[in-house]
Design a protein around this ligand. Structure first.
Ligand SMILES: *Cc1c(COP(=O)(O)O)cnc(C)c1O
Length: 378
């Protein structure tokens, strides 16, 4: 039986790539590396270097913290879920004194949350934000938040692990200072490549030696130095076989155009949610503007586990809740290059799983979803 991954990473890969093994010191590697650089810059609308590190998303977050946060420094950590808490823990383990700002699960961060913390703690050196909180299915309005943050304030470091590639995420246009992401979510590649971007201001602070260089493997200045050689490369052996897939997936996104690609993600998420509401399910994120185009979450307080198991029997792999939401919600990802047919496959299976769990889903879901899908046509 085929298995379908609807989990928010790893995601199904539209192009398997040629798992062609190269030496990471041969000229062909540099050509590929440079092409991937160009594609990532286009996706992120930046002229700054984009570092590729051999790690998962957590490694990229740690790279930001170890390079830009020193022991005893004050860091404002705004969290609306499990990944916000993880970013906070990483900063704490880099020695930071944490100023926590916690938003209830299922709600998004707002400018006023950030502004009041910035006013109270003018000596903070960094502000940590999550772009897309995968554990709850919330996308935070980063562009709006950044619009009200003073450029001379603390360095703004963003977890973009589950946003980059799937939704607009423009670190330079929006003025943040550090972005951490990785390959296995919006970038449609197996796990193993971390992505890190820094602003000019953050690079300058590293160059001046203001910051302690807290990591050897993740020393970002060293990574940039290798990237800027005539034959760009990594200081250490990168996951060579994955780069071919990353190259192909970026081609796929850029060929369709980022605007169109992002629009497709949102259309999928809205279509799916219309079907779910019609079945009688409750979105976990109440405010529709805060719902992520990458991950949809549904509240199923007493039957999430049962429904997930029923789906698994059908070859449909989905994610449950994490932390305090464990056993209470189910999460469904829309990262892959999917459309109406795959969404029907998922919705039909959910209908059957709910029915088998005694939940009596509403039967009109397909026509409701189809109405929404049609509305999303250009
Ligand atoms: C998946 C995820 C992470 C962790 O990434 P790993 O690749 O599992 O280390 C961090 N933050 C967010 C928002 C995520 O979605």
């Amino acid at each position: 039986m085929n298995r379908y991954l609807f989990t928010p990473g790893p995601v199904p890969i539209p192009n398997e790539g040629a798992a062609a093994l190269k030496s990471h010191r041969e000229p062909g590697f540099s050509v590929q590396f440079e092409k991937i650089q160009g594609s990532l810059r286009k996706l992120m609308r930046t002229d700054q270097p984009v570092l590729l590190l051999p790690c998962s998303g957590t490694g990229s977050l740690e790279a930001l913290c170890l390079n830009l946060i020193g022991p005893g420094e004050k860091v404002i950590s705004v969290s609306c879920g499990e990944f916000g808490l993880r970013f906070r823990d990483i900063a704490r383990s880099a020695g930071a004194e944490i100023i926590p700002v916690d938003i209830p699960a299922g709600q998004g961060v707002r400018s006023n949350h950030v502004l009041s913390a910035l006013e109270r703690y003018p000596d903070a050196v960094a502000l940590l934000l999550t772009h897309n909180e995968t554990s709850t299915g919330v996308m935070n309005p980063l562009e709006e938040i950044m619009g009200s943050v003073n450029e001379r304030g603390p360095l703004v470091l963003v977890d973009g692990v589950s946003s980059l590639g799937a939704m607009p995420c423009f670190p330079q246009d929006w003025n943040f200072d550090g972005l951490a992401s990785c390959s296995q979510k919006g970038l449609l590649t197996p796990p193993g490549i971390g992505v890190v971007w820094l602003s000019e201001r953050a690079w300058r602070s590293l160059e001046k030696g203001d910051r302690k260089r807290g990591s050897y493997y993740f020393d970002l200045l060293r990574h940039r130095e290798y990237l800027e050689k005539d034959n760009p490369q990594n200081p250490f052996t990168p996951p060579v076989s994955l780069l071919a897939t990353l190259e192909g997936s970026l081609d796929l996104i850029l060929e369709q155009g980022t605007t169109e690609w992002f629009r497709k993600k949102r259309r999928l998420a809205e279509t799916f949610m219309a079907g779910m509401i019609s079945m009688g399910l409750e979105p976990f994120v109440k405010e529709s503007a805060a719902r992520s185009p990458g991950v949809s979450s549904l509240l199923l307080p007493s039957s999430a586990g049962k429904v997930k198991d029923e789906l698994l029997k059908m070859g449909i792999v989905v994610s449950g809740g994490q932390g305090e939401m464990k056993g209470k919600i189910l999460r469904f990802a829309h990262y892959s290059d999917w459309g109406w047919p795959e969404t029907c496959l998922l919705m039909g299976s959910i209908f059957a799983a709910l029915d088998r769990s005694g939940l009596k889903p509403g039967p009109e879901y397909i026509s409701q979803a189809w109405e929404t899908w049609k509305k999303g046509e250009k």
